[in-house]
Design a protein around this ligand. Structure first.
Ligand code: GLC
Ligand code: GLC
Length: 651
């Protein structure tokens, strides 16, 4: 439906009036510029301010000082927009001209810790040739900011968004890295850890010292009344670390909301000053040259008594408000949502006006589920029902990241296939901790909660896929199967559409590293088992086809190269095909006039897909497997070796 112009302008009137009133003042406060930068900014304000205004009004309109807050937020936006370096303004223009740039088949992501991967930010810079060799166009670095010594939740307890952890380098190194990556065709992705700060952040220190304005930056309660009331409906996220969601801070004589660790204090977004302060941090990161911000722990940013305090409507308004101000001040920047929650909730964060990108935790969990069960029913169902998102957005598809695997499939979806969610999760946890008889996997439980029976899984891709057990048993046949599993699940994330993301180290089959148990800052967090330092002496074997590293690397490198050679891997439509087999996943992709059929056998038994299932999707045309060059023609059946997959295109 066409928007009714008179309606829109009526609705936007308060925003336009506010802007008219504020603009001259903002212009004076920012030096009275009237150059091209100011004009471009004025155009963007005209286009996006009404939306920002509307969102802020919904969030903070009841606040007695709403107009003052609005003015300071706008000042922040204008100031940082004008401070944006020329190269990034050029990037803004380029991205606005080609907003679908991230849908390209060229896109391939990698993720790592700067220190563990390369000893620091300069080390990462030196690895640019490695990234390019692998085919990466997107590099996510785990939070490199100042954080507490010892346990900092892997950097997710940020003590300053403006200072880099000195062990990794400096802010200048970070900006230089962003630029060098860009000049080499890679976008830098960093976290916006905005649900909480560390308890060593300046704001937390001031709160602890008794400054009431900063106490209001966090959610602090003088006694247990409110915390007890909230906890009735809260999920425990890190029960190993502390029960419930609050931590008593004696200096403040109060209970501080701490969803994750005791040293991670949740910010109080019901306070507009917090929104303003974090908007400033966000835009400063953008101006450093970050091209994608991973919005960390999005589900938790708004709290309301009597709810689970996850995925509340205001959480969406907040992100949309951050998005709107980004469109004004740093339009090249994209948001990626980290919502590791029920699939119904995951999709709600996805939208051009909210997060253009989102992790796909469901696909990830169901790939592992299919390896464990050798069945693809849940996976196929998820691709049918839950894969489609707006065409101007993209999934980030992955098999492992730095976090645990949570079995976040929907119980209702599972029930439709006769699977009981709770029992099945128990099975998966047993399987991936190697406790289930015959399991190939070597993983560890993460945050086992005896109260709920809940648990998640830690482990590297290779160890979970069976390589560790196979090496231990010196079984060449099992090693071969493990490598096939690794390549199989990567073949899906590389072909299904969206941005594939590789946890660096997985390309050479890095195994679990149990040495974290000797480090008191890490021993209580099993996720460290899958965050080992990069073994460069192993990576050096990657071109040796007789080495394990070489077999995995060559396989993966080839899949990436094929993806990047064929435009059919650009995001487009996806249709799941019946295969007549519970073990074989197949889908058909049509993109820009090209077609691709993927068929993948998730079992260690050979399978045959009847020709009647495949050929209609290719209109009966003969097809070639991009991987082997082998020709297939209608009405032939398609045989698949153990864990084999094919990428068929019309010959
Ligand atoms: C995110 C991170 C995770 C961290 C948590 C708290 O989920 O991925 O590593 O523990 O946020 O910041
Ligand atoms: C929970 C959170 C998720 C976080 C993870 C860390 O699953 O929902 O955001 O990444 O914990 O382990």
């Amino acid at each position: 439906m066409m928007p009714d112009r008179s309606d829109t302008s009526e609705r936007d009137r308060p925003a336009r009036l506010a802007l008219e009133r504020l603009l001259p003042r903002l212009r004076r406060q920012t030096g009275g510029q009237a150059d091209a930068a100011w004009l471009a900014l004025a155009g963007r304000l005209d286009a996006h301010f009404p939306l920002l205004f509307g969102l802020l009004e919904q969030l903070y309109g009841d606040h007695p000082d709403f107009s003052e807050h609005l003015e300071s937020i706008l000042l922040t936006v204008v100031r940082l927009a004008l401070a944006r370096p020329p190269e990034l303004r050029a990037l803004d223009a380029a991205r606005e001209a080609r907003p679908d740039w991230f849908q390209s088949n060229q896109m391939v992501g990698g993720v790592c810790y700067a220190d563990l991967f390369a000893g620091g930010l300069r080390g990462v810079r030196d690895k640019i040739p490695y990234f390019k060799e692998l085919g990466l166009t997107y590099l996510h670095l785990m939070p490199p900011f100042l954080c507490p010594a010892g346990n900092s939740d892997g950097g997710y307890a940020v003590s300053s968004y403006r200072q880099v952890n000195p062990a990794l380098g400096t802010v200048d190194d970070l900006a230089a890295l962003a630029t060098d990556l860009r000049h080499n065709g890679l976008s830098l992705v960093l976290d916006f850890v905005f649900n909480h700060t560390s308890d060593e952040h300046e704001w937390a220190k001031r709160a602890r010292a008794g400054d009431p304005a900063y106490r209001e930056f966090y959610r602090v309660f003088p006694d247990r009344a409110q915390p007890d009331a909230f906890e009735k409906t809260l999920r425990e996220i890190f029960p190993d670390e502390h029960p419930g969601a609050f931590t008593y801070v004696p200096e403040m004589q109060g209970w501080v909301w701490t969803t994750f660790h005791r040293f991670q204090w949740d910010l109080n977004y019901s306070n507009p000053a917090v929104f303003n302060a974090m908007a400033e941090e966000l835009l400063r990161l953008a101006n450093l040259g970050v091209e994608v911000l991973r919005l960390d722990a999005v589900a938790f940013i708004w709290k309301k008594l009597g709810t689970a305090c996850e995925n509340l409507p205001e959480a969406h308004l907040l992100i949309q408000a951050f998005n709107a101000l980004t469109r004004i001040a740093a339009p090249a920047l994209l948001f990626k949502s980290e919502a590791i929650v029920h699939p119904d909730e995951v999709v709600k964060y996805i939208g051009a006006d909210e997060c253009q990108l989102s992790y796909n935790p469901l696909l990830m969990a169901l790939l592992w589920n299919s390896l464990a069960t050798r069945k693809v029913r849940l996976l196929a169902q998820a691709l049918r029902l839950r894969f489609q998102i707006p065409p101007d957005c993209a999934w980030v598809n992955y098999v492992r990241v730095h976090d645990d695997i949570g079995w976040t499939f929907s119980d209702e979806d599972a029930a439709r296939l006769g699977v009981k969610g709770y029992d099945h999760r128990q099975f998966l946890n047993q399987f991936y901790t190697g406790r289930f008889p015959g399991s190939f996997a070597a993983g560890l439980p993460f945050q086992e909660n005896p109260k709920t029976g809940d648990s998640r899984i830690s482990g590297t891709c290779a160890s979970l896929a069976g390589l560790e057990t196979a090496i231990r048993d010196s079984s060449a046949a099992e090693i071969d199967l493990a490598i096939r599993r690794i390549l199989l699940i990567h073949s899906v994330i590389l072909s299904v559409g969206g941005i594939p993301l590789i946890y660096l180290g997985d390309e050479i089959g890095t195994l679990n590293d149990y040495s974290y148990r000797g480090d008191p800052a890490k021993a209580n967090d099993s996720r460290w088992v899958h965050r080992p330092a990069m073994r460069w002496e192993r990576a050096a074997c990657r071109h040796d086809p007789s080495s394990l590293e070489g077999r995995i690397y060559a396989g993966l490198r080839r899949l990436i190269a094929l993806r990047q050679q064929h435009p059919v891997f650009t995001a487009g439509s996806l249709q799941v095909l019946d295969t007549g087999s519970d073990h074989v996943l197949a889908y058909h992709c049509a993109r820009g006039g090209e077609r691709l059929i993927v068929a993948a056998n998730f079992s260690e038994q050979p399978q045959v897909v009847g020709g009647q299932y495949l050929w209609p999707a290719l209109a009966g045309a003969p097809a070639v497997d991009l991987l082997t060059g082998q020709l297939h023609a209608a009405p032939q059946d398609l045989p698949l070796a153990p864990y084999e997959f094919v990428w068929l295109t019309p010959a």
